[in-house]
Design a protein around this ligand. Structure first.
Ligand SMILES: NC(=O)c1ccc[n+]([C@@H]2O[C@H](COP(=O)([O-])OP(=O)(O)OC[C@H]3O[C@@H](n4cnc5c(N)ncnc54)[C@H](OP(=O)(O)O)[C@@H]3O)[C@@H](O)[C@H]2O)c1
Length: 270
């Protein structure tokens, strides 16, 4: 990656995206220009971040320099978008802005950043460990090189899927909210183990290994989810007894509605 890159908002997700690229030397620390909101964050990053990147707080005059970079990653919270504006030192119109803001449409981004071609990306927190999922919707007139650069930002840490923008909300609901839903399921099943007398840590470990094992079984043996259910459910046995409770409590419907609700919430932000 030869470009300089500006990062507007250097929080959890921005760090998860950029750090592996720095680790793999695909980008040089001196080519990274970040801006954060507060002096406190600035000092914290300067003292604790393992790379010596260029970083400014938004009130400093020097922070305008980030707008000189032709490529930008926008990674503030959606509610802080109103505080961000293009600086007046932009020289060309063909700059690239890659936004990871939940629910903020390409149209809104393009209106707000008229000197940029905008790309909307949804990624998820497992990118931190190189197991992420990234969905990309391209704005208008993005060049081949800009597409390539955008993919390079995410391909080391995630699988990439290209979508039209209207599919990004459901992609976000499944993949970005999904880790919290799975964490809740792990926690609840572990509490089941705890209720049956197992120590908390062991119970949690067993649940996680069981989930990983089930996924491997489905993938490696090319089974359907129904195949797995049939494999472990015997007449009058323990599994059908457990499944009966879940059906009574409408767990299927609760999970379906949780995803629909997250999708609708994402649409609210647009
Ligand atoms: N968390 C997730 O799982 C996830 C997944 C996918 C996408 N996203 C999206 O990623 C974005 C960032 O999320 P995050 O979890 O990384 O948030 P975060 O950790 O709170 O980071 C936000 C960053 O934005 C900075 N900021 C706020 N106002 C600013 C301003 N006016 N100028 C420059 N920088 C400013 C903050 O600086 P200070 O620290 O100084 O306030 C901070 O560095 C969100 O839009 C979210 O929708 C999140």
């Amino acid at each position: 990656m030869t470009h300089k890159i500006a990062i507007i908002g250097f929080g959890n997700i921005a760090k998860a995206i950029i750090t592996p690229l720095l680790d793999k030397k695909l980008i040089k620390p001196e080519n990274v220009y970040c801006v954060v909101n507060s002096k406190k964050s600035l000092e914290h990053i300067k003292e604790n971040y393992k790379y010596n990147i260029n970083i400014f707080d938004s009130s400093s005059k020097d922070s305008k320099i980030v707008w000189d970079c032709k490529v930008k990653l926008l990674s503030v919270k959606p509610q802080h978008l109103k505080d961000i504006a293009e600086a007046d030192n932009i020289k060309t119109k063909d700059n690239l802005l890659v936004s990871i803001l939940a629910g903020v449409s390409i149209n809104r981004l393009t209106q707000k950043f008229p000197n940029h071609k905008c790309v909307r990306v949804v990624t998820n927190i497992p990118i931190t460990v190189g197991k992420g999922l990234t969905g990309i919707a391209w704005g208008e007139k993005i060049t081949k090189d800009q597409k390539q650069f955008t993919k390079e930002l995410f391909q080391n840490t995630s699988k990439i899927y290209e979508f039209t923008e209207d599919s990004l909300d459901i992609f976000l609901a499944l993949t970005s909210s999904g880790p919290a839903i799975i964490a809740l399921i792990i926690e609840a099943l572990s509490d089941g183990g705890l209720s049956g007398g197992l120590p908390k840590m062991l119970s949690e470990e067993l649940v996680m290994e069981m989930i990983l094992g089930t996924i491997s079984l489905i993938k490696e043996e090319k089974l359907t989810t129904s195949d797995v259910k049939n494999l472990v459910t015997s007449p009058g046995g323990t599994t059908i007894s457990a499944l009966r409770v879940l059906e009574k409590k409408s767990i299927r419907s609760a999970l379906i509605e949780s995803i629909v609700s997250a999708r609708n919430r994402s649409k609210d932000f647009s």
